[in-house]
Design a protein around this ligand. Structure first.
Ligand SMILES: [Zn+2]
Ligand SMILES: [Zn+2]
Length: 126
């Protein structure tokens, strides 16, 4: 069997397993890791997020690059939050590490990098 990464023709090979898991993962896409729950609820983050969105004009940065004006719904951390860097403001609150994304772009971003299928069609979380 051919290993498949994300979407694409390779999925036909492991259609059933991947198909199910793909939807399951997609539905949970919006949840960042649980250790970061408190962070995302914090007033500091909400203020940072709001200011950043204002800064970029409230639009999805990726869509904008393609000439589309789509409202941003998420502020994504380019360097993923981990329990280690969660208290590092140069990661969590650094505008250079933030990206305003619409739901579609945010999901695409996480889908691509969070998991892949191994040779047996099992989902491996990256
Ligand atoms: Zn977008
Ligand atoms: Zn994200």
């Amino acid at each position: 069997m051919t290993p498949c990464v994300g979407a694409g023709a390779a999925h036909a090979v492991v259609q059933t397993i991947c198909g199910v898991r793909r939807d399951g993962v997609a539905m949970k896409q919006e949840r960042e890791p649980e250790f970061a729950d408190a962070f995302y609820r914090s007033r500091t983050w909400r203020r940072c997020r709001a200011r950043y969105l204002q800064h970029v004009g409230g639009l999805c940065e990726r869509c904008l690059q393609r000439g589309l004006t789509v409202p941003a719904e998420q502020v994504h951390h380019k360097i993923r939050l981990t329990p280690e860097n969660l208290n590092d403001p140069s990661v969590t609150f650094n505008w250079d590490n933030l990206e305003a994304l619409c739901m579609t772009c945010h999901q695409a971003e996480h889908k691509q990098k969070r998991w892949m299928c191994d040779a047996n069609g099992r989902v491996v979380v990256l």
